[in-house]
Design a binder for this molecule. Structure first.
Ligand code: FAD
Ligand code: UDP
Length: 362
């Protein structure tokens, strides 16, 4: 059997590529090293019957009607707007920082955007140029809010000081003057009604798509005949680390099931202090809307051990990545796409958008 495409990885990058190309009549083999499809968006029922996300909370949000329309072919949706509370020394505050956060923390009673923006204006420390993740926050809200809500969480998450990370990392989190306590403000915010894995099953259900699980592509590549390849795994692994290892951050998850219908006051708590080693806890039922007598919660402990979850955006790592990217561009029959392969801190919708664009041209 000769395939038109060998696709490495069955996450968003690999699966959307496979679906698009299969629609064009191409014969596809997906090789996935894990024992399941859906990549880091994989969800399943735990031993207590609760639908959980094995690799941490995944909330779909996008401003792209194209991406939303595309995924809607494979799932119905449940309206869901994510909310997170920051746990600072046992007290809970809305994060992203908003008017409520400021009022509670500083015992103020601001009622207008203007009062809050004047407050930020009074405490911010101008940084120009914005070189890193410390600059981008301190420049907006000054050092007290930065130290309380960003410094420790970031150090735990990345094992780096915010001043060693690109501004785009902490810059993911907005600062608000109103009382909007949603984590995201995108136009489309939903959860797949029956979960991500079901959505992927539907996407990959096509006679032109074969899937080989539990297989590292390097162990079979010499036995498979194919015209072209799409690679969505870590780019440094593809090139046998010839320019050195690119650091990726991983997470160790600990799980707890509690006999309660609801445990937390919001879906996730971000632990922004130094006391706890974990960064956040998440109660999955609040995302999925599942009804049950018990509830399951994950604790996230960032680590360098284990599978690659997060590229670590900074200048030093960018330099290494560029060497790999240059090499990858010499390989005309191989497309490198996705969060691990492009070493970019992409959200799900960004990966889908990239693949839709690229496969249109193929
Ligand atoms: P992946 O999902 O990582 O898929 C790559 C696949 O390739 C994996 O299944 C891997 O096993 C496989 N693979 C790797 N190497 C090999 C090999 N050698 N051989 C065979 N197979 C291989 N995004 C959002 O939009 N919203 C969120 O709320 C959100 N929350 C997140 C929370 C966490 C904890 C994490 C880690 C990520 C989160 N994301 C979120 C990001 C989201 O997971 C990614 O954008 C998306 O999964 C990227 O898809 P991908 O296909 O590029 O990568
Ligand atoms: N961050 C922080 N405090 C918070 C939330 C986020 O310091 O309460 C920083 C931290 O560096 C984090 C980054 O902002 O890694 C991006 O946060 P996001 O919630 O987008 O992370 P993800 O969901 O991708 O893990």
């Amino acid at each position: 059997m000769k395939y038109d495409y060998l696709i490495v990885g069955a996450g968003f990058a690999g699966s959307v590529s496979a679906e698009r190309l299969a629609q064009k009549g191409k014969k596809i083999l997906i090789v996935e090293k894990r024992n399941h499809i859906a990549g880091n968006a994989f969800d399943e029922f735990d031993e207590f019957g609760i639908l959980i996300h094995k690799y941490g909370p995944h909330i779909f949000h996008t401003n792209s009607s194209e991406v939303f329309k595309y995924l809607s072919k494979f799932t119905e949706w449940r309206k869901y707007e994510h909310k997170v509370l920051a746990n600072l020394d046992g007290e809970l505050y809305p994060i992203p920082i908003n008017r409520t956060t400021v009022n509670k923390l500083y015992n103020k009673s601001f009622t207008s955007d203007k009062e809050v923006s004047d407050f930020y204006e009074g405490v911010r420390e101008k940084r120009n140029p914005i070189m890193n993740s410390e600059d981008i926050i301190v420049n907006q809200v000054g050092s007290d809010l930065y130290e309380k809500f960003f410094k420790n969480y970031t150090k735990k998450q990345w094992a780096l000081d915010p001043n060693q990370l690109s501004p785009s990392v902490c810059g993911r989190i907005p600062v608000r003057t109103n009382t909007d306590d949603r984590y995201f403000t995108d136009k489309y915010q939903f959860m797949p009604k029956d979960g991500y894995t079901k959505m992927f099953e539907k996407m990959l259900n096509h006679p032109n798509i074969e899937i080989m699980l539990n297989t590292d592509y390097k162990s079979i590549i010499n036995e498979i005949e194919f015209e072209k390849m799409i690679y969505t795994g870590p780019i440094d692994y593809f090139f046998d680390y010839k320019f050195g290892k690119l650091p990726y951050r991983s997470i160790k998850f600990e799980w707890k099931n509690v006999k309660a219908t609801k445990l937390l006051k919001a879906t996730s708590y971000n632990f922004v202090g130094q006391k706890e080693q974990y960064t956040r806890i998440t109660e999955y039922k609040q995302m999925t809307g599942q009804i049950s007598k018990t509830t399951s919660v994950s604790y996230e402990f960032p680590t360098f051990v284990g599978e690659e979850f997060y590229p670590i955006p900074n200048d030093e790592n960018d330099l290494i990545y560029k060497k790999y990217k240059n090499e990858s561009e010499k390989l005309k029959n191989i497309l490198f796409v996705g969060r691990l392969s492009e070493y970019k801190y992409y959200n799900m919708d960004q990966v889908v958008g990239r693949v839709l664009q690229t496969t249109q041209k193929m």
